[in-house]
Design a protein around this ligand. Structure first.
Ligand SMILES: N[C@@H](CCC(=O)N[C@@H](CS)C(=O)NCC(=O)O)C(=O)O
Length: 261
């Protein structure tokens, strides 16, 4: 049995869960974050203390892209990577756009507005501008097809959680300018694997809210490459310096090796 180190809200964990559901592979879940980054009891599975990570017996791996490629090799049916070399490359590029750019554009604003309930108009505007540019790029990449690479693939699975979350955060698609993408999201949202994962996310969010518990700890935030790059290039270096001074910012692979198991 596979064990997925997981967080219900992580778009990367969502990508892996949806791929597992599509391939009908059974797995058990260990909720690994609990709003606590750099967890010591998780570092033996992923030294970066990030979800998702997958374990099967004494074999373990992490990073959603690496995990999905392994799943494709191990459970080839139904295929989630195109056979054609050009489409396969396009699939990886769309997945990368989702993992690096879509994620980064919404991360800081998620921490500040959703997590802390604070307003940061400049950050909100920067996220809106970037997301709209990315929606335009995705609209072009989709063209007239039903899915990014002709057939449904990991490219669709990687993008969907980000667009669902961005809508929830107040950055919806424009039904006129992004008509193709909006129709695509409707198609994706009807797939049983995505319905199942959405239900899980909504049910968990509702339960946490009714218990007055946060979805994550917004005052203990783990940062990394693309998310930090977004903050810096959009002119929020001073904001980030204050986050560090206040002890609210953490990084993978902490220098303090005493935290290692
Ligand atoms: N490149 C990694 C990124 C994974 C990642 O950034 N995961 C975040 C959640 S979305 C995480 O686990 N952060 C640790 C924390 O917040 O404590 C992947 O594709 O799996």
């Amino acid at each position: 049995m596979l064990t997925l180190f997981d967080d219900v809200f992580s778009p990367y964990a969502r990508k892996v869960r949806i791929a597992l559901y599509e391939k009908d592979v059974p797995f058990e879940r260990v909720r690994a974050l609990h709003g606590d980054c750099n967890r010591t009891d998780f570092l033996d599975v992923n030294p970066r203390a990030e979800v998702p990570a997958l374990v099967e017996g004494d074999f373990s791996l992490y990073d959603s892209t690496v995990i999905c490629e392994w799943l494709e090799d191990r459970y080839p049916e139904p295929p989630l990577l195109p056979r054609d070399p050009e489409l396969r490359a396009k699939c990886r590029l769309v997945e990368d756009l989702a993992d690096t750019q879509l994620d980064a554009a919404a991360y800081a604003v998620t921490v500040v507005e959703f997590g802390r309930g604070e307003s940061h108009p400049a950050m909100h505007e920067a996220a809106k501008r970037d997301l709209e540019r990315l929606y335009g790029e995705l609209e072009t990449l989709l063209g007239r097809s039903d899915y990014f690479c002709g057939e449904y693939s990991i490219a669709d699975i990687a993008v969907a959680p980000h667009l669902i979350a961005a809508s929830f955060l107040g950055f919806p698609l424009d039904p006129v300018r992004h008509a193709g993408l909006a129709a695509w999201l409707g198609r994706l949202g009807a797939r049983p694997a995505i319905v199942k994962d959405n239900e899980d996310v909504i049910e968990t969010l509702g339960r946490l809210q009714s218990e007055n518990r946060p979805a994550f700890d917004p005052y203990r935030v783990q940062w990394r490459g693309d998310r930090l790059e977004w903050v810096m290039k959009n002119g929020f270096a001073d904001w980030f310096a204050e986050e560090m001074r206040a002890g609210r910012a953490f990084f993978p692979l902490p220098i303090d090796s005493a935290r290692r198991p």
